[in-house]
Design a protein around this ligand. Structure first.
Ligand code: PSU
Ligand code: MN
Length: 316
């Protein structure tokens, strides 16, 4: 691949360009969470608050989206608002969709998969999201496995998340990641997180709480040429976590509604997110906002630690 050619499709925001000049670490943020993951105006407000948290910890947020035929690395407040408001006109862009939306020059919000691709091209090693996509329940029949998992297998970016939502089959999601050699690191507890709920009941591969140790893990993987991504799972803050039995009920109802309405393909995840939010009377949104902010702290610390970490083996 000709990376110089690929980079001609990327444009840094003035703030990102300034951070690069100053040698400050960059932290990638996705935009599908803004356009398809939360309702307006909570989505835009949260995106701005997340950016402020990252800046407060000394890193520069680079929210990634497709605007005017370019991959934009870092967005202005007006651009965040555009993505959050114009939701009907913003395409949900995964790996498959990148060439369509870029060549057409229309508005696109990047999923975890597409944000990883763009972050790597932009030289950004850490990316913060809410929850990753995964193996959907019933995937044995539907084959519905998020392209996020394939991307984690191939693209060298660390993805900080609160695990994944229980709209997915979390056990199969972890199996899939294992098959493809993607390490799942738990931060703050031993188990993989389940988005609204702190504990999925499933053990992560490794527990590493300290950002410097997480950075050494990543450097070791990438120094060795192992490539690919790493999942860093950290649970929703305790005061914002939701009771598991409630979440189970909302998820079951949302999946039944999707089945009844024949919702499938890329529309399924946004449908389930919106349905759960409605069924929970907004409680899922509050948890979502709290966990994204917490993830941003974990991600910013990791971005700083990676900037400080050297390459090669440390002293034994
Ligand atoms: N899960 C969430 N919130 C989200 C998404 C997933 O809890 O906003 C979004 C992310 O952008 C993720 C995408 O990459 O949905 C996965 O979509 P699919 O399942 O269609 O691959
Ligand atoms: Mn899918």
């Amino acid at each position: 691949m000709n990376k110089a050619l690929a980079r001609r499709w990327l444009v840094d925001s003035p703030a990102v360009a300034e951070a690069r000049r100053a040698g400050r670490p960059l932290l990638a943020l996705e935009s599908t969470i803004i356009s398809h993951g939360m309702p307006y105006p909570h989505n835009v407000r949260t995106a701005r608050e997340v950016e402020a948290i990252v800046r407060g910890l000394g890193a520069e947020p680079a929210t990634i989206a497709l605007i005017g035929g370019r991959v934009r690395i870092g967005l202005s407040d007006d651009e965040l608002d555009l993505l959050g408001r114009a939701t009907g006109e913003v395409a949900k862009v995964s790996r498959r969709d990148l060439p369509a939306i870029l060549s057409r020059g229309s508005l696109g919000a990047t999923t975890v998969a597409a944000t990883m691709i763009c972050a790597e091209l932009a030289g950004i090693e850490v990316f913060v999201t809410g929850g990753i996509g995964g193996v959907h329940r019933g995937a044995a029949q539907t084959f519905d496995i998020s392209a996020d998992l394939q991307e984690l297998a191939r693209t060298p970016v660390a993805v900080v998340c609160a695990g994944a939502k229980s709209i997915l089959d979390l056990a199969l999601t972890l199996e899939y990641l294992e098959t493809h050699g993607v390490p799942v690191i738990a931060c703050g507890q031993d188990n993989f997180a389940a988005f609204h709920v702190r504990d999925s009941g499933l053990r992560a591969d490794f527990r590493i709480d300290d950002a410097a140790a997480q950075a050494r893990f990543l450097r070791t993987k990438w120094d060795l040429g192992l490539g690919g991504g790493v999942v860093i799972s950290t649970p929703v803050p305790g005061d914002a976590a939701l009771p598991r039995d409630y979440v189970d009920r909302w998820v079951a109802q949302a999946i039944a509604d999707a089945d009844a309405q024949g919702i499938a393909g890329k529309a399924l995840t946004p449908f389930l997110l919106a349905r759960i939010e409605a069924l929970s009377g907004g409680r899922s949104l509050a948890a979502n906002i709290a966990l994204v902010k917490h993830n941003a702290e974990v991600g910013a610390r990791l971005a700083n630690a990676l900037a400080a970490a050297g390459h090669g083996p440390g002293e034994v």
